[in-house]
Design a protein around this ligand. Structure first.
Ligand code: NZQ
Ligand code: ZN
Length: 395
């Protein structure tokens, strides 16, 4: 087994009604004043926000509430929240929502503990954050895994850049996971969430050629579960069992467990972030558009992994590795399509794009051609451009 480091300090409260224990979880962290963030209103309509506020009040915790976080969340919203709550003595930023609200909460937690300048530096990769307030999450959507990850992803609305910060300070202290809350997730978001959960483990799985047998077994078990229960959630949105399985997969898929002893690289996320930032499409959709075309470009290198994935997760019976890897590529693509998600620009809301725009994406993914994308299968600028062109339909 190769060396690894694993530390996931998030306390998980899982099950029906878990949101009513938010106050208890916050109290255990010594919290006195919480800033509760939410998104476009689903948490208000479902009554969740009210239950969270009641739970905090019962624990003697004062709270401020701010809504309006949008999908592909913006840095300007974070800065506004930091300025608004700077002097309020907040000691917990509590997200009530999906990945966008959780990532916003993480960034606000950095901004409130440091300064706007340090916040900007942290999200531009210039300087790690020196401090952050505690973050908690009441999760309403199975997708990003932000509830256990050390990462936050924001968007710069003007430059169309994704701004990413990864640091242990950003791992939430606790996460409230009530799968019932995810039953109202719209079909498109359910599908995008399932795709994202699969990709968090699949990217890790393809980032190496093996070693750490238990890591492979955990990864394959998780991916089999997503492949089965993602479509079940779509077919029967109120199916508690299916929603629970998908939700727990989401929390475990991006906490590092399914990639222990591996390089952590996410080339398809890198490719997809360009699309989500420019076209404001859901994150999961950006991944299903790019994965098949990246996998074709990387297939020579990752064929043994795809062959194994095909056999262990997608029921591929081909004995020959080359044939099995090809069959796996088709099976993953069909699974995405079965969720109703696009696998090309043409099928996506933005449609076919001009070549000059694809060039800006390829330049961004390779730091203007200075570094290849990925290390196991390094793709130089021209190869990255070819992947975008293939996804666009003109490759
Ligand atoms: O805003 P509201 O009204 O709550 O509606 C949301 C939003 O419109 C809705 N929704 C969520 N839960 C719902 C619900 N609607 C009804 N019932 C519910 N229970 O779903 C829409 C999408 O929400 P969003 O939070 O954007 O989705 P998701 O959880 O997929 O998060 C996506 C964001 O996470 C980032 C992505 O880049 C993207 O910005 N990621 C964060 C990661 C991390 N922090 O580790 C890793 C991921 O790879 C990803 O990059
Ligand atoms: Zn993701």
């Amino acid at each position: 087994m190769r060396a690894f480091e694993f530390h996931v300090p998030t306390k998980i409260l899982f099950g029906p009604g878990a949101e009513n224990r938010t106050g208890e979880a916050a109290q255990a962290e010594g919290v006195r004043r919480a800033l509760v963030l939410y998104g476009g209103g689903s948490a208000v309509r479902s009554g969740l926000l009210g239950r969270v506020q009641t739970s905090l009040a019962r624990a003697g915790i004062a709270c401020f509430v701010k809504g309006g976080v949008r999908p592909n969340p913006r840095m300007d919203f974070v800065e506004e929240a930091v300025l608004e709550y700077l002097d309020k003595g907040v000691d917990l930023v509590l997200a009530t929502g999906g990945g966008s609200v959780m990532d916003t909460a993480k960034a606000v937690a950095v901004g409130l503990a440091t300064s706007l300048e340090e916040l900007r530096q942290a999200f531009r990769g210039k300087k790690p954050p020196a401090e952050a307030l505690a973050v908690g999450a009441v999760v309403t959507m199975a997708a990003s895994g932000s509830e256990t990850s050390p990462t936050a992803v924001l968007s710069d609305g003007e430059t169309h850049e994704k701004l990413i910060c990864t640091h242990p300070l950003l791992v939430p202290r606790f996460a409230i996971l009530n799968p019932e809350l995810t039953c109202t997730t719209p079909p498109l978001q359910t599908a995008c969430g399932a795709a994202d959960i699969l990709m968090h483990t699949l990217e890790r799985y393809c980032a190496d050629l093996g070693g750490n047998a238990l890591t492979d077994a955990l990864a394959e078990g998780l991916m089999r579960t997503v492949v089965e229960y993602g479509p079940r959630c779509l077919k029967s949105p109120g199916d508690y069992e299916a929603r629970s399985e998908l939700m727990w997969c989401g929390s475990l898929s991006h906490c590092g467990l399914t990639g222990l002893g591996r390089d952590n690289e996410f080339p398809v996320h890198r490719l997809g972030h360009e699309l989500a930032a420019r076209y404001d499409i859901p994150h999961g959709m950006s991944l299903t558009i790019m994965w098949p075309h990246w996998a074709r470009a990387a297939r020579d290198r990752i064929a043994p992994r795809l062959a194994r994935l095909g056999r262990t997760v997608f029921g591929v019976a081909e004995p020959d590795d080359a044939a099995a890897s090809l069959a796996c590529l088709g099976a993953v693509t069909s699974w995405f399509e079965g969720l109703g998600l696009p696998v090309s620009f043409a099928q996506a809301p933005m449609g076919v794009e001009r070549d000059e725009v694809l060039r800006t994406f390829a330049a961004s993914c390779t730091d203007r051609g200075a570094h290849p994308l990925g290390t196991l299968c390094p793709l130089e600028y021209d190869s990255v451009l070819a992947v975008y062109q293939a996804a666009n339909g003109n490759g």
